[in-house]
Design a protein. Structure first.
Length: 320
């Protein structure tokens, strides 16, 4: 049987076919079905999107590049599909919004258009369903290495979007989750001889991150946060960006950071009691928390009068 010739049109057709049935049968979660927000989807020169009345549109995009963001011989293809959408959806979460639809631009070598592409699309479909975010279109081309660009359209109620520029001196500084887990998972992945198969929670955090959509939406709806940003590049990189936008400084208490520790220890202080004076372990955990990327947790500020005590959120300092 003759092998089907690879063309850009055949690649686009394969992507469209992989999503068509899944998106058509996807139930809504108590709101308008995501597909109904598309007046026109894949197959034309461009898509047509119907915004919700009383909302503002959030636009974001993100690159996911072979050799920079993932390793083809280490990262399972379905995790690449999941994570490339998650990264952009996390920006929507940081603004308190909900993702609605996305565009996929994919450059790929012919050698990856069969098994690798099938598994990639399976992961991407899973993420799209999980986030109620419909594939609206995109583009494809040939290239020696894999290049992925995702553009996501989201919505937030008018006037409720979380921004980076609202923090005031004296505001309390909070983070969600545990910092450094994804970077710790990447270390495990690099040490493995083959593609990842372990259920280690830190490895899973690196491969299949979960953006804090519900938390961001709650903060926005209840007008709790004065500023917010997602932690994609690490606390040491993203906190200065929030501070610069808000024209404030920040003081962080290192003993309050939710670092990578055994599951039985909740905080750095508890962990410190266990590892005693082992400075190497202390410094490594702190380095992971400060410099580790890909956690996709939320960093945000809250007025002192609205102090929070809700898991998985921890106060780590304050704006100055």
């Amino acid at each position: 049987m003759a092998r089907r010739r690879f063309t850009e049109d055949s690649l686009l057709a394969k992507i469209a076919a992989g999503f068509a049935a899944k998106q058509a049968g996807k139930p809504s979660r108590g709101r308008a079905a995501p597909r109904k927000r598309l007046a026109l989807g894949m197959g034309d020169d461009a898509a047509l999107f119907r915004p919700t009345r009383g909302s503002e549109i959030i636009l974001t995009c993100d690159w996911f590049l072979e050799g920079t963001h993932f390793l083809r011989d280490k990262h399972p293809p379905d995790s690449v599909g999941w994570k490339c959408l998650t990264r952009a959806v996390s920006d929507i979460a940081a603004m308190g919004g909900a993702p609605r639809c996305f565009l996929l631009s994919l450059a790929i070598p012919e050698s990856a258009t069969r098994d690798w592409l099938d598994k990639f699309l399976r992961g991407l479909r899973g993420a799209a369903q999980h986030f109620d975010c419909v594939l609206a279109g995109g583009d494809a081309t040939k290239r020696d290495e894999i290049l992925i660009n995702i553009s996501v359209v989201g919505e937030v109620a008018a006037g409720e979007a979380l921004r980076r520029d609202g923090a005031k001196a004296g505001d309390l500084l909070y983070v969600s989750g545990r910092l450094g887990e994804a970077e710790s998972g990447l270390r495990l992945l690099r040490q493995a001889k083959h593609a990842a198969t372990s259920n280690n929670p830190q490895l899973q955090k690196h491969l299949y991150p979960e953006p804090r959509l519900a938390l961001g939406q709650w903060l926005a709806k209840n007008r709790m946060a004065t500023a917010a940003i997602d932690l994609s590049d690490g606390l040491s990189s993203d906190l200065p960006r929030l501070c610069a936008a808000s024209n404030v400084g920040a003081r962080v208490d290192a003993t309050k950071l939710p670092v990578v520790v055994p599951r039985t220890a909740r905080s750095w202080r508890q962990h410190e009691q266990r590892i005693g004076h082992n400075s190497t372990l202390k410094n490594d955990a702190l380095s992971l928390a400060l410099d580790g990327g890909d956690d996709y947790e939320l960093l945000f500020t809250v007025p002192k009068s609205k102090e929070l005590r809700i898991p998985p959120v921890l106060e780590i300092g304050r704006a100055s």
